[in-house]
Design a protein around this ligand. Structure first.
Ligand code: IMP
Length: 434
């Protein structure tokens, strides 16, 4: 078995991009299967920072990138990102990027609806306002436009009319400006010749790759706690972020996905609204934010910070199919006198060891914290487990025990190789290790 699925195990922003980048060196293809340009994946390569939103993280190293059918693709955002990458010397051509012909398109009307829906909500969700949710609504509402429609101008116009008729009724009802077919149609037709060369039968490409023994990294966006089924609904994104989502969102049999690597920081962050039981307010939360550089990659929003929640991580690992953990940003905890893990919850005075489904119950949870001695020595750039301060090693071992899943790697800095590798995630049936 040679593939690996990388899944965010918390609320997103765990550092999946750099883990995918590390794995990509040993893989042939990096495939995105969910989300869109609401994602923000940061890589640091040779001291240069790359901020990706829609492009699979492997493109920076010239690996074939695939955007699967489960991705919500904003053609304008994609072309702008390709332009930004070109300015950094990374040329994204159809030789290095293939896009599923069935991927759903995100349109300007979706962005406007995203903003209007947020304004109308008594409690806004704190979406990224990129139009991702409304685009997925159109997909399941069976009126969405897809990449392959860009090749059929007449059909595209007719489909756009149906889509706008639906949304304009809602916009007019709220006294908002309806959308006209023009200039949206002419903009789409102008972008079509730039997007269509990337169009591919991704399912076939992945099947052929698998048959010929090539290695695929499936790059999840967002995270289990933002999954539309398994996250803290309704404070979630609108796609399937878990390993099962990689099969349906890329077009490959679940049995061919391989290992599932869940990525988690050694603390926790969340952007946007929603319950966050182990959140730390005040000066300590600010310190975590400042040390961890916890601001949105593409939105710049400050992230809420807290301690690692092992109850959440254990439950998320089970539903997402995670069988190995990558722990990131250990060095951010350097210099704290004490560090904590959330190892249980109290709900209305009763101790529980699972995350309840009800939004109201989640809001009432109190964390049960376990204290650990901090360490004063830096772990920045440490690449061997034996060089870690014993307190840091004790924390990692406690995380493994509480979550019940082995730690495959721990990252200690932003560069790709600032990592301690304990168990190589690629391990084939024939014992071939990478
Ligand atoms: P949407 O995906 O823009 O609809 O936003 C829904 C929720 O998911 C909001 O709480 C966002 O902050 C969160 N979200 C979406 N993408 C990301 C991400 O890449 N990292 C972290 N949070 C995200």
């Amino acid at each position: 078995m040679s593939n690996v699925v990388v899944v965010g195990a918390q609320w997103g922003d765990e550092g999946k991009g750099r883990i995918v980048d590390w794995l990509a060196e040993k893989a042939d293809i990096v495939a995105r299967y969910n989300g869109g340009h609401n994602a923000g994946h940061t890589l640091v390569v040779d001291g240069r920072t790359y901020k990706l939103a829609l492009l699979p993280s492997g493109v920076v190293r010239g690996k074939l990138g695939v955007i699967g059918n489960g991705v919500a693709l904003d053609p304008e955002a994609l072309l702008a990102e390709i332009g930004r990458m070109a300015a950094l010397g990374v040329h994204v051509t159809p030789d290095v990027l293939r896009i599923a012909e069935t991927a759903t398109l995100v349109l300007p009307v979706h962005r406007a609806i995203d903003a209007a829906q947020e304004r109308l909500r008594a409690k806004p969700l704190g979406t990224t306002l990129r139009g991702i949710g409304p685009a997925y609504e159109d997909k399941v509402g069976r009126r969405g436009l897809r990449v392959c429609d860009l090749a059929e101008p007449e059909l595209l116009a007719a489909k756009l009319d149906v889509l706008l008729e639906h949304h304009n009724a809602w916009l007019r009802g709220l006294g908002l400006e309806p959308f006209q077919r023009e200039p949206m149609l002419s903009d789409l037709l102008a972008m079509a010749p730039k997007i269509l060369p990337f169009k591919a039968r991704v399912w076939q490409l992945l099947d052929d790759a698998h048959s010929s023994g090539k290695r695929v990294v499936f790059e999840g966006s967002q995270a289990v706690m933002l999954d539309v089924d398994w996250g803290s609904y309704p404070y979630v994104t609108s796609s399937s972020t878990i390993a099962a989502g990689a099969a349906s969102g890329a077009g490959i049999a679940a049995s061919k996905l391989g290992r599932v690597l869940g990525v988690s920081k050694v603390y926790a962050t969340r952007v946007g609204e929603g319950p966050f039981t182990s959140e730390v307010d005040g000066a300590l939360g600010d310190l975590l934010r400042q040390r961890g550089g916890e601001y949105g990659v593409n939105t710049g929003r400050p992230r809420r910070c807290g301690w690692l929640d092992t109850v959440q991580l254990r439950q998320s690992s089970k539903v997402a199919g995670i069988d190995l953990l990558a722990l990131t940003k250990l060095d951010v905890l350097d210099g704290f006198d004490s560090v904590y893990l959330c190892v249980g919850y109290e709900l209305d005075g009763e101790r529980i060891d699972y995350m309840p489904a009800s939004d109201a119950e989640q809001q009432r949870l109190q964390p049960v914290l376990r204290r650990f001695d901090g360490w004063q020595r830096t772990t920045r750039g440490v690449r061997s487990y034996s060089e870690l301060p014993p307190q840091a090693a004790a924390l990692i071992e406690a995380i493994e025990q509480e979550v019940g899943i082995a730690v495959a790697m721990v990252t200690t800095g932003p560069e790709r190789d600032d990592a301690i590798v304990l168990r190589p995630p690629f391990e084939d049936a024939d014992g071939r290790k990478v």
